[in-house]
Design a protein around this ligand. Sequence first.
Ligand SMILES: C[S@@+](CC[C@H](N)C(=O)[O-])C[C@H]1O[C@@H](n2cnc3c(N)ncnc32)[C@H](O)[C@@H]1O
Length: 452
Amino acid sequence: MTPTFPPDFEARMRQQLAGAWDAFAAAHTTPPPVSIRLNPRKPGPDLYTASIPWCATGRYLQERPVFTLDPALHAGAYYVQEASSMFLEQIFRQVADTTVPLRVLDLCAAPGGKSTHLSSLLPLNSLLVSNEVIRARAGILAENLQKWGNPNSVVTQNDPEDFTPLQGFFDVMVVDAPCSGEGLFRKDPEAMDAWSIDNVQLCSARQRRILSDVWPALKTNGLLIYSTCTYNRLENEENLAWLRNNHDVEFIPLTIPPEWGIEPIEEDGIVGYRFAPHRVQGEGFFLSVIRKRAAETEVSVRLSKPVFAPPAKKILDQITTWVQTPEDKSFIQREDLLQFVPIEQAQAVAFLSRHLRLVIAGTFVATLKHDKLIPEHALALSTVLQPEAFPTLSVSYDEAIQYLRKETLPATESGKGFGLITHNGLSLGWVNQLPNRLNNLYPAAWRIRMGN
Ligand SMILES: C[S@@+](CC[C@H](N)C(=O)[O-])C[C@H]1O[C@@H](n2cnc3c(N)ncnc32)[C@H](O)[C@@H]1O
């Protein structure tokens, strides 16, 4: 049955879509497609049925499995994401230069759909700063990026205005702005109750504020990717026109085969792309790529004194055997926590720590407890874990679920000390092997609660 759309929304969309309103409304009576994006650096699950044309690792599923009960999801082998959003990939295929390390900001990043994608699209010696202003959501973002496992991510929890002083720091900025969410009405019909013209206006004004705050942090010739999951002009075309009127910008066109069903928008010098569910197999989405032409000064990331202490030699000797290619990593110690970042980005991360609230700086390796190193969960999920460094305990599906529920597993014959639990070649986390049982070290906050 066609949903009852908010009357003001329907009236506007009828006008905006001209003759296509009936097809648009009818698309809201069909179930939203289920799609996932595979992690190219982890063994993939054998789940997919069809590829998503604009994303090499995107797959449509025939039906929605119980994702929570799939160990591969918890291991970061894939991310559940609606298909239109995966279009981000085309910018990195067509416009951005990914042969060199890039500094990228994902400003409104939680829960991490675009950030996990960006982290795979960027060279591993790049720096991805994934930011989320709301504290609880920043925690979920950090969890998802740790599961994804790439060493190029930093998670921050800041207001957009905190980025204003970082002049010319970023090569690419993604602003996936908080919006009125018209494009999610099919997936989340309750979003219709929150919709109003006042809220659209409020969102549009907030988006302009966000863009003004972060604009100085983009380099000259740097790319801004602006996206929303809404259809109205106020939050899309009119915000782009406002950007063009207030800043020296160039809109970048992308090459899009017509059969993809994406609607290119070109008017008055602005260029954008609209996704609607009667034309694409995905939800409503809008995206535009903008190059900054104005000359921007670049902040110096050089600091007079080192911010982070290097670990003691004895510790370093041990943890460098736990990761692949330790020579291209910079290891640091923050209180009892040992972590690493790509060596090329060490100075930039130290600089950021002076300006931003870092939730995660690189990959957590271990915690120092009474002179003993306890491996961190993030290391188990890291794509650069040295697999030979720890004994592995390959478990069945039922045992994997037991482990992910943080239940105690029976002892094995394999030895004592820290061991890596794996299922279908994917690392799930650590256990401490004791003579009579395996002590389950899965993070309590991440455990599966379903069905308990
Ligand atoms: C569309 S969602 C981001 C989705 C995310 N990019 C992804 O792909 O998974 C917008 C995000 O902006 C955050 N947000 C809300 N108000 C904000 C503000 N004033 N400034 C910056 N971000 C804000 C929300 O908490 C939300 O996480």
